[in-house]
Unconditional design. Structure first.
Length: 406
C-alpha cells in the first residue's frame, strides 16, 4: 500500500482523479505512516486533488507532528482557498510545533489573493517567537496582499500594529499592490495614530507615483504635529525626485529650524535634478541658524553642479564666522563639477584657515578637483607638515590624487 501510494504521488497529476479518490481513502488508515504518505501524495498530485481537501483538513489536528506538517504542506500545493483549507491553515499557525506553524505560513503564501481573509492571522504570526515562522508569515502576507485590492482596508487598519515587522511588511505589500492603494492611503493620512500616518506617508513615497495630488498631500504632512511624520514626509518627497522640488522649497520658507535642516537634506538627496532649489539654499546660507547654514552648504554641493550661483555663494561662505559652515562650504566646492576649477584660489586661501577642519576639507576639495598647478601642489606640500595629522594626511592624499596620471 505504502509503495503504491508513493508511486501515484510521484506520477503527480497524471495519476488522475481515480487515483485521488483511492488515495483519499487511506487518509484514515490505522497505520500513521500510510496516512502520512497518502497526505503527501495528494499534495504532489496538486490541483487535481481538490476533492480531498475536506478529509485532509480533518487530519490537520492529527497527534503525529509529521502528519500535521504534511497536511498543511499539501493544502498549499493543492492551492485552493476553501473554507476548510483556510480554517485548517489558520489553526495550524497556532500549532505547538514550530515546523507546522512555518509550513502553514508557507502554504498560505501559495494560495495567493484568495486567502486575503487570513492576513490578520498572519500579522499575529509575525510576532511568533520563531524566526522561521515570522519570516514565512511576513512572506505570506506580502504574497497574499499584493494580489488583491480587497486586502487594502485590512492592511491599512493594521498599520498601528505594535510590531515594527508587521508594519514594515504591510508597507511593502501596499507598495506592491500599487496604484489601487493610493486612494485608501490618502484617506488614511488623517489617522489619529502617528504610527499609521508615518507608515502611510512611507508607502506613498515607496509607490513612486509622482502625481500632483500625492505630492500636495505629502507636502501637507510636512506640517504634521509629530516630528517623525514630518521627517518621513520629507523623505518620501525626496524619493519622488524633481517633481517634488517645488513642494519642498515652498515648505522651506515657513519651517522651523529642525524642519529646515530635514527639508534641505531632502532637496540635496534629489541631486542635480533639484537645480531650481539652488536660490533657496543660497538664501539659507544667509541669516539662518548655524546648523541650517551647514546643511545648505553641504547640499549645494549635491545640487549645484556647474552652477555659477552655487560657486559664488559657497566661496562667500568660506568667510562664515562658524567653522563647521566654512568646512562644509570648502568640501562642496570640490563637488560642483567642472566649474570647481574656478574655486581654486578661494580654496588655496582656505588652506590657511585657523581651524584644522577647514584646512582638511579644503585640501580634500582640491584633491577632488584634480587640477595640477604648481601653486596647488606647493600649497598642499606645505600642509603636509600641519600640526594636525588628519590635515597632513588629507593633503598628502590630495597630492596623490592630482598627480596619479603623471
Amino acid at each position: 500500500r505504502f509503495n503504491s501510494i508513493f508511486v501515484l504521488g510521484e506520477i503527480g497529476e497524471k495519476s488522475g482523479e481515480n487515483a485521488v479518490l483511492k488515495i483519499t481513502e487511506y487518509i484514515d488508515d490505522e497505520d500513521w505512516s500510510i496516512r502520512r504518505e497518502a497526505v503527501r501524495s495528494l499534495g504532489k498530485i496538486g490541483k487535481l486533488a481538490e476533492s480531498a481537501i475536506p478529509k485532509l483538513s480533518k487530519c490537520s489536528s492529527d497527534n503525529e507532528v509529521s502528519i500535521r506538517t504534511a497536511v498543511v504542506t499539501s493544502l498549499g500545493k493543492i492551492g485552493k482557498a476553501t473554507n476548510e483549507s483556510l480554517n485548517s491553515l489558520k489553526n495550524a499557525l497556532k500549532d505547538e510545533n514550530e515546523e507546522v506553524r512555518t509550513k502553514a505560513a508557507n502554504a498560505l503564501s501559495l494560495l495567493g489573493s484568495e486567502a486575503f481573509e487570513v492576513i490578520s492571522d498572519l500579522m499575529s504570526s509575525i510576532s511568533d517567537p520563531s524566526w522561521a515562522v515570522r519570516t514565512a508569515s511576513a512572506r505570506a502576507m506580502s504574497g497574499i496582499g499584493r494580489g488583491t485590492i480587497k486586502a487594502i482596508p485590512t492592511l491599512i487598519s493594521a498599520l498601528d500594529d505594535k510590531d515594527w515587522r508587521v508594519r514594515y511588511h504591510i508597507v511593502n505589500t501596499l507598495t506592491q499592490i500599487g496604484e489601487a492603494s493610493v486612494s485608501h492611503l490618502l484617506n488614511a493620512l488623517n489617522h489619529k495614530n502617528r504610527v499609521v500616518r508615518k507608515c502611510v506617508v512611507e508607502s506613498l513615497g515607496e509607490l513612486n507615483i509622482k502625481s500632483p495630488e500625492i505630492i500636495e498631500k505629502l507636502a501637507l504632512m510636512l506640517k504634521d504635529k509629530k516630528e517623525e511624520v514630518r521627517g518621513k514626509a520629507a523623505d518620501s518627497l525626496r524619493s519622488l525626485g524633481k517633481e517634488a522640488v517645488p513642494a519642498l522649497t515652498n515648505a522651506l520658507q515657513n519651517a522651523n529650524k529642525k524642519m529646515k535642516i530635514v527639508i534641505i537634506s531632502a532637496i540635496g538627496g534629489i541631486g542635480v535634478d533639484a537645480i531650481e532649489a539652488i536660490p533657496h539654499l543660497i538664501t539659507s546660507l544667509k541669516g539662518e541658524k548655524t546648523l541650517v547654514r551647514v546643511e545648505a552648504a553641504r547640499n549645494l554641493g549635491a545640487i549645484g553642479k556647474d552652477s555659477e550661483e552655487a560657486l559664488t555663494a559657497l566661496e562667500e561662505t568660506l568667510n562664515d564666522k562658524k567653522t563647521i559652515v566654512r568646512r562644509e562650504a570648502a568640501l562642496s566646492l570640490g563637488k560642483i563639477g567642472t566649474i570647481s576649477e574656478k574655486a581654486i584660489p578661494s580654496l588655496l586661501r582656505a588652506l590657511n584657515d585657523k581651524k584644522p577642519d577647514v584646512r582638511w576639507r579644503a585640501s580634500e576639495a582640491l584633491g577632488k578637483i584634480k587640477i595640477n598647478k604648481p601653486e596647488v601642489i606647493s600649497a598642499l606640500k606645505n600642509l603636509i607638515h600641519d600640526e594636525c595629522d588628519y590635515v597632513s594626511e588629507s593633503a598628502d592624499f590630495a597630492i596623490d590624487n592630482i598627480t596619479e596620471n603623471i
